[in-house]
Design a protein around this ligand. Structure first.
Ligand code: NAG
Ligand code: NAG
Ligand code: NAG
Ligand code: NAG
Length: 611
């Protein structure tokens, strides 16, 4: 049933050793650790008595730990071959856990809340591998894949091509088994380029090439259509992240990711977005379906929270006033209460600017929304609040004041209370790690590809890495290393709950990122990342008490077929992960870094299951 997918792996890492042999290796390594530690302890024995007793407890603890590790590994390895995880039914081809709308409705969620993320309801513990749709094809490599995708890879109905609602959606055409996005041909009179240029002019710039100089580096595109505006901004070196609610078909997030554009499922019907306050330079909504004047402006307050001072809110395609010249619309009235200025309006496009004056909110002006009494920096899916956040933050720096250089300055580190040595160490080890991974993976990514039966010869380079997730991003070093190395990737930097919240720092570097609890599934569609990377996440997870198997199954769901997993951790969690990797049919190899530590790499490739 299982056939080896790629022989190159064996060439590089050698043939797969038998389990018993592996187990023996682990045991000997563990035994060695015990012996080494005990002998190194003896040299201290003469120092003092109290240290000596410490040593004995340490030694005993180590020995016990070793014994239990051994038991755990034995447990795991016994009866492995009959534990291979099954494949989910066809109905799960596009499965996103925590978004079961019919179940949410049954539970009583309504008024849009049924489209919210409700992991607490997911009682589903079926362990299975999400299969690709029947005619799934490996996406075309970047940048061709940005403009042309395979029809069969996404869930989209014929109607969705015809009912071309928003500006960005009109740019999509179907050609046989492909969907193409003609964003660059400039033939369309109201094309994305013209629109972007118009927005730039409205904020007082000569052209959209000046966004960066004007301090606009990160954009949150709410309800991004099919991502064409974001694709254009990316070409101008901005970071545009698409965010849209879960959709059963024609998902904006699924299509954007398929095109290699940053995107994540999310909405703020009832709970805050998984970003800290003062995160983005611009928030954009083109017919994004949010009723901004509802619920006493609470959605506008959430936008205010994530906008940086002096940042812009661009609203397109919503008619604000019912009658010309008469009363201001409810949205216009409300924006005054949150100290925004309407700086320009052209036809259906409105641009507001958030105040740079933190005192504005506390000035006691009539009707101004009050400041929050408590601010949670770890605002992870907290209920929406109708108060203003972020004014006391050290990060209250107007976007216009930011230096246009992308370099991190000592002042930036100080704002984030990050020690210089820590930051540079992380960056240096990420650079080294990336060089290692890339030299390990390159022969595999760009090598002759074993042809699948019935496939035509793919055109090289067919296995391009574009969408990367760093599951434990720390200071974003891995992302920086990718950029420095000139790789055409973008990285979703995930900051796990329970670790130091470095997300503000990551976002301030102009990167994409979210907070996430890895005991839960990630808000994305299946097959949306080409590579997932996690350094130290496994040992972190063990202390959090979550199931490693669930995590690896979730990685499998997120990865496209033939995508890569690179895990870096201590010996025991890596061995555990390797055993699970085999159960979920990954090709997996452990690599000893040979630098005298018990740090190991686990490099895996997800197979292309066709059944
Ligand atoms: C080994 O497996 C048994 C039965 O599943 C379980 O009771 C035991 O706690 C496991 N031991 C370890 C060390 O995980
Ligand atoms: C969604 O919930 C309904 C009702 O509880 C259930 O019948 C269905 O199987 C669930 N769907 C998935 C994909 O879990
Ligand atoms: C931003 O720049 C202006 C003009 O250079 C300056 O007056 C102001 O103090 C700066 N604000 C901050 C918070 O650095
Ligand atoms: C070995 O390499 C790993 C990964 O680069 C690193 O985290 C670890 O500190 C190194 N250990 C030593 C003893 O140099």
């Amino acid at each position: 049933m299982r056939r080896p997918l790629f022989n190159k792996f064996s060439v590089i890492f050698g043939p797969r050793p038998p389990w018993s042999w592996l187990l023996l290796c682990c045991v000997s390594v563990l035994a060695l650790i015990v012996v080494l530690s005990s002998s190194s302890f003896t040299s201290f024995e003469s120092v003092t008595f109290s240290i000596k007793s410490d040593i004995y407890t340490n030694y005993r603890r180590l020995k016990e730990q070793t014994a239990s590790d051994y038991l755990e590994l034995t447990n795991l390895s016994s009866g492995l071959d009959n534990l291979e995880v099954g494949i989910c039914g066809k109905e799960r081809e596009h499965y996103v856990p925590c978004y079961n709308v019919s179940e949410n409705l049954l539970t009583g969620f309504k008024d849009g809340e049924e489209f919210d993320r409700h992991c607490e309801l997911s009682q589903d513990h079926e362990e299975c591998l999400v299969r690709p749709p029947k005619d799934y094809k490996t996406p075309l490599s970047w940048p061709v894949g940005r403009d042309v995708i395979w029809n069969a890879n996404v869930r989209i109905s014929k109607d969705q091509f015809l009912s071309s609602g928003s500006m960005t959606k009109r740019l999509m055409l179907l050609e046989e088994n492909q969907i193409s996005f003609h964003s660059d041909d400039g033939l369309l009179f109201d094309g994305v380029k013209e629109y972007s240029h118009q927005v730039a002019e409205m904020i007082g710039l000569g052209s959209d090439a000046e966004f960066l100089q004007a301090g606009v580096r990160t954009v949150l595109d709410i309800g991004c259509g099919f991502g064409s505006f974001g694709a254009h901004l990316l070409s101008l070196k901005l970071m545009a992240v698409c965010m849209a609610a879960y959709e059963l078909t024609g998902s904006q997030v699924q299509l954007s990711l398929e095109r290699g554009l940053p995107a994540v499922i999310g909405n703020f019907i009832s709970r805050k977005l998984p970003f800290p306050s003062l995160s983005y330079d611009m928030v954009h909504c083109a017919q994004c379906g949010i009723l901004w004047d509802q619920k006493d402006g609470i959605f506008l307050i959430e936008v205010d929270r994530i906008l940086k001072p002096g940042g812009y809110f661009v609203l397109h395609g919503t008619s604000l006033s019912t009658k010309q010249g008469s009363m201001a619309s409810p949205i216009e009235k409300f924006t005054e209460k949150i100290c925004w200025t309407l700086i320009a309006q052209q036809e259906e496009t409105f641009v507001w600017q958030k105040t740079i004056d933190a005192q504005c909110y506390s000035s006691g002006k009539q009707g101004v929304i009050p400041l929050c009494a408590h601010e949670g920096i770890q605002s992870y899916y907290q209920p929406l609040a109708s108060c203003i956040e972020g004014t006391n933050s050290k990060r209250w720096v107007p976007v216009q004041n930011r230096s246009s250089s992308f370099q991190i300055s000592p002042a930036d580190l100080e704002i984030h209370e990050i020690r210089q040595d820590e930051f540079y160490e992380d960056l240096e080890s990420s650079r080294l790690a990336l060089r290692n991974y890339w030299s390990l993976l390159t022969p595999l990514i760009f090598s002759d590809h074993p042809k699948r039966p019935g496939d035509e010869d793919p055109l090289p380079p067919y296995n391009m890495i574009r969408n990367v997730m760093d599951m434990n991003a720390r200071y974003g070093g891995f992302n920086s290393a990718f950029l420095e190395a000139g790789k055409s990737v973008w990285v979703m930097n995930v900051v796990p709950l329970g670790t130091r919240n470095t997300l503000p720092f990551i976002l301030d570097q102009g990167f994409a990122g979210v907070l996430h609890d890895w005991c839960e599934p990630f808000p994305t569609y299946p097959r949306t990342y080409d590579m997932v990377h996690a350094n130290g996440l496994l040992s972190n997870l063990i202390t959090e008490g979550c199931s490693m198997k669930r995590l690896l199954l979730e990685m499998d769901r997120i990865l496209r077929p033939e995508g890569w997993v690179v895990l870096s951790d201590k010996l025991v969690p890596i061995e555990k992960a390797r055993m699970i990797a085999t159960q979920i049919r990954w090709e997996a190899r452990v690599i000893d870094l040979d630098n005298g530590s018990d740090q190991r790499l686990l490099v895996c490739q997800k197979p292309f299951l066709r059944k």
